[in-house]
Design a protein around this ligand. Structure first.
Ligand SMILES: Cc1cc2nc3c(=O)[nH]c(=O)nc-3n(C[C@H](O)[C@H](O)[C@H](O)COP(=O)(O)OP(=O)(O)OC[C@H]3O[C@@H](n4cnc5c(N)ncnc54)[C@H](O)[C@@H]3O)c2cc1C
Length: 508
């Protein structure tokens, strides 16, 4: 199933009535039909589960007790989004907007109040202007299909800075920042936004947000999803990519050896030329019945295998990277390698081939961890083979962009971003609470070694409900940009129509 286009006639809908004034599905269905919006499905329809499930990335939110929508609308045009929005508001419904459904906490498709999803999966048209080095992308497009379209339209000369996974929704991603392999060279995805189109709480379409409301335009670029209206399209700046890149992946094991290697990594990856992206994944492993640590050093470099090895020999000989760890190709082949898909043609698949139950948390590091601190983190990792830590290098252009240029705040001084994940598959016997407890323990262990500004600094695209309410979490996600975001929110959406548990609030 590549993606879903459903047309369901009105007689399939359930007929909830509202004797008590609560939102009524039948009234909403009738309104949508009257407005000519036919692409929607209600919870009693046979297609409902498939439509809901299609963009659920974290299986934790498929479990019993999670609040699911009464109805999902799948507009195909901006006008249909406006009409659907009018019906949703008239009916008194809460709502969620969903793009790729990759929210770590399921915030685009869950709610405790009765609600409706506007799912943008059918709005994913991509119009590349290779000569002008720009692209207009409808709000439901995914990273992989966008990368493919840009590479194809530019004969592999242009690219775009965004995340490494191919199925992330561009809208949620941009609204949280959007970090990937080109970020040290060109910034995050939000840095490349030239224009946006947004539907406001009263249903008005703002066609050119950059000039109509520069503050809102600033907030949309990293101020978090679900708070700023419904974005229907983005115009993005494209960037030059070289004809030859090398991707590499090398696996090393052993706590002592890794303590030394990772200690050095902290001084190599963030300081390296911006053409190098050297990421680090570390996990607890079990070798012959004994607990240990394994790490994958992976990434890409703008050059041939020979040039990559020469660079590593100079700046990181301890890693002992060899040609057998490397693959050479063009940019779109590098994107596919890092995304872990079978090849460039698979980048257009809009659903991940495998999905997990997971919980994640994040941090930033501004001062390298000592070897003792790293060894302690490995000790925590070794207690569990279902969890890992990822270090993603900053530096390069990321350090040169002002932290107030757009709402995404993490710039100079950040050496790297840390992501902690607990990931599991089968939920029937799996003690979720134990794994999540372990993850929280790891986060707690790391607390003396990470960045505070003054709240503990975290990445909103790795959204984490443990951080607390929207004010506490907002300070952590946005640092010194939070106060400005709150002011913009109070002016633009004073009744907080667009919200999720950690969206920017109207007051502090
Ligand atoms: C497997 C996986 C890999 C990832 N890899 C990376 C990575 O490499 N780099 C990185 O930076 N991040 C990465 N992320 C995190 C990702 O960037 C965020 O989860 C992002 O918010 C997902 O966007 P989405 O549109 O897919 O999610 P959704 O769940 O659809 O949306 C996220 C939030 O944005 C809101 N939203 C979505 N669309 C709109 C819209 N059109 N208008 C208004 N609000 C909207 C939603 O309501 C929700 O609050 C990854 C996540 C996963 C699950």
């Amino acid at each position: 199933m590549k993606y879903l286009v459903i047309c369901i006639s009105t007689f399939l809908f359930c007929t909830f009535t509202s004797s008590n004034g609560a939102p009524s599905v039948s009234t909403l269905s009738a309104c949508l039909t009257k407005q000519g919006v036919r692409n929607f499905t209600a919870s009693q329809s046979t297609s409902f589960s498939a439509v809901l499930d299609f963009s659920v990335q974290n299986l934790r939110f498929t479990e019993a007790g999670v609040g699911h929508p009464a109805l999902i609308v799948l507009p195909t045009t901006t006008q249909e989004v406006q009409k659907a929005w009018t019906c949703i508001r008239q009916g008194g419904w809460a709502s969620r907007v969903r793009c790729g459904g990759h929210s770590y906490e399921g915030l685009s498709y869950t709610s405790s109040a009765p609600f409706v999803i506007i799912d943008l999966m059918n709005m994913h048209k991509i119009t590349v202007d290779a000569r002008g080095r720009t692209v207009w992308v409808e709000a439901g497009a995914r990273t992989g299909e966008l990368y493919s379209a840009v590479a194809a339209a530019s004969s592999n000369t242009l690219g775009l800075s965004a995340g490494t996974c191919a199925t992330i929704g561009m809208s949620g991603h941009i609204m949280g920042g959007g970090y990937g392999m080109l970020s040290r060279k060109y910034g995050v995805a939000a840095d490349s936004v030239l224009e946006a189109q947004v539907i406001t709480a009263n249903g008005t379409l703002i066609n050119r947000v950059s000039t109509a409301d520069p503050d809102l335009f600033w907030a949309l670029r990293g101020g978090g999803g679900g708070a700023w209206g419904i974005v229907t399209a983005w115009k993005l700046k494209l960037v030059s990519v070289p004809s030859t890149l090398t991707t590499f992946n090398v696996w090393r094991t052993g706590k002592q050896a890794l303590t030394d290697l990772v200690f050095k990594w902290q001084n190599v990856a963030p300081q390296a030329p911006p053409e190098l992206f050297l990421s680090l994944y570390m996990a607890g492993i079990n070798t012959g019945g004994s607990a240990d640590v394994g790490a994958s050093f992976y990434g890409q470099y703008w050059g041939s295998i020979e040039e990559t090895l020469a660079l590593f020999n100079k700046i990181y000989p301890e890693l002992a990277l060899t040609a057998s760890n490397c693959k050479q190709g063009n940019w779109i082949q590098a994107v596919a390698n890092i995304a872990g898909v079978s090849g460039p043609s698979a980048l257009v698949d809009r659903q991940q081939s495998s999905r997990n139950y997971f919980k994640a948390k994040s941090d930033y590091v501004s001062t390298p961890l000592t070897k003792v601190a790293l060894a302690g983190a490995f000790d925590v990792l070794m207690k569990n083979t279902k969890g890992w830590i990822i270090f993603e290098p900053y530096g390069g252009v990321m350090s040169q962009i002002s932290s107030s240029a757009i709402a995404f705040p993490h710039r100079a001084g950040r050496l790297f971003m840390v992501q902690y994940q607990a990931v599991w598959q089968d939920d029937t016997n799996s003690p979720d609470s134990e794994l999540i407890g372990w993850l929280r323990g790891l986060y707690s262990y790391m607390s003396p070694f990470v960045t505070y500004t003054p709240s503990r600094t975290t990445y909103v695209n790795y959204i984490d409900l443990d951080l607390g309410d929207s004010v506490t979490a907002g300070k952590s996600y946005f640092g010194s940009n939070f106060a400005r975001l709150v002011k913009i929110k109070a002016r633009f959406d004073p009744t907080n129509v667009f919200n999720q548990p950690q969206s920017v609030p109207v007051s502090m």
